[in-house]
Design a protein around this ligand. Structure first.
Ligand code: PLP
Length: 355
């Protein structure tokens, strides 16, 4: 077979460790999922629609896009839906990256930006984080004639840090209009800071080179269903729509998405639980003599010495977390918030490991 060299040279695909439901003896605090479960209204909608899965879904996900567009004060043509927001990262790269083209991304951010760039034969330019957050002025300075896309994860997975409205505004203004700015806002619903950027307003104002990625996998608790979406200018969304597989969003995901958006009770409970978990972890990790990174998300990253040793120790005690050496952050682990019981258990296990 005449394989592509740059794909063959990639490390073999390692599927994430699958851990079953509540009866499993390992608590999974490694994928930033919602420990309260899926939005109940979404579950009910899935049950209602399940008998209809012998039919293909609406290939345009029109009803869901309509709701998303209305919520954002944008038009139907400003929204596209996908099989998880991860698929959108692929579609962006398929659509814009030719061999040798550059993408700019942080060193210490969501791994898909790097992998998808490499798979398309592109050259990722990785810019170090500054105090664990995106260094937006350094990223702007890294843009060259060959840059096609800049990926910014705000808030950032895996550090939980975020960039302010003022920083982002200056950054956006300094990026040439033929370079796409991808703002991945997978954790936007958890953000508490007042000066977080309102980029929907930028889109409403006509910004031509900005794409906002969102997901139903985090606060809405639908990770297993695979549903993401993007807001962007009509021309760009139309372009991405040409690249996507026809039925990329399944029938159950479409109805569940609409119902989840209508489940305010679940959203508020999830937000409140996340805020309480954040306060708990900051206090407890500090009490262990650690320096957790202040987070705007449903997880916290913390330097622990040897992340592999601590990760293995926690695994032995029944908890999986994410070790971050492979993300360019050696010595750190990322803990996704669980239920209150799981959070207390994790802290007790960590105390044991560290002693
Ligand atoms: C920053 C970020 N973007 C995108 C994704 C992918 O989300 P989805 O499950 O919708 O593909 C994740 C998932 O962890 C993420 O952390």
């Amino acid at each position: 077979m005449r394989y592509k060299e740059y794909i063959q040279n990639l490390p073999a695909y390692k599927p994430a460790k699958l851990i079953a439901g509540p009866s499993a003896d390992v608590v999974k605090l490694s994928s930033n999922e919602n420990p309260l479960g899926p939005a109940p209204k979404a579950l009910a909608a899935i049950m209602d629609a399940a008998a209809g899965v012998h039919r293909y879904p609406d290939s345009g996900a029109t009803a869901l896009r309509q709701v998303l567009a209305e919520r954002a004060g944008l038009g139907l043509g400003n929204v596209t839906c996908s099989n998880g927001s991860d698929e959108l990262i692929l579609l962006i790269c398929v659509g814009l990256i030719r061999e040798g083209d550059e993408t700019v991304l942080a060193d210490g951010t969501f791994i898909s930006y790097l992998m998808r760039t490499l798979e398309l034969g592109g050259c990722p330019v990785r810019v170090p984080l500054r105090t664990y957050a995106h260094d937006l002025s350094a990223m702007a300075a890294a843009i060259t004639e060959r840059t096609r896309v800049v990926f910014v994860c705000n808030p950032n997975n895996p550090t939980g840090t975020s960039n302010s409205a003022a920083e982002v505004r200056t950054f956006i203004a300094s990026v040439p209009e033929d370079v796409l700015i991808v703002m991945d806002e997978a954790y936007v619903e958890f953000v508490e800071r007042d000066d977080y950027p309102d980029l929907l307003a930028e889109l409403r104002a006509g910004r031509p080179n900005l794409l906002l990625l969102r997901t139903f996998a985090k606060i809405y608790g639908l990770a297993g269903l695979r549903l993401g979406y993007a807001y962007g200018p009509e021309e760009l969304i139309g372009y991405l729509e040409k690249v996507r597989p026809t039925f990329n969003v399944n029938l159950l995901a479409q109805v569940a998405g609409i119902a989840a958006l209508d489940d305010d009770d679940h959203l508020q409970r999830s937000r409140a639980h996340t805020a309480a978990s954040r306060t708990f972890y900051m206090a407890e990790l500090r009490a262990l003599g650690l320096e957790p990174i202040p987070s705007e998300t449903n997880f916290v990253a913390v330097p622990v010495g040897d992340d592999a040793v601590v990760g293995a120790g926690l695994r032995d005690r029944g908890f999986t977390v994410t070790t971050l050496a492979g993300w360019g952050l050696p010595g750190l682990i990322r803990i996704s918030f669980g239920t209150d019981v799981q959070n207390r258990g994790l802290i007790a296990a960590l105390k044991d490991v560290l002693s």
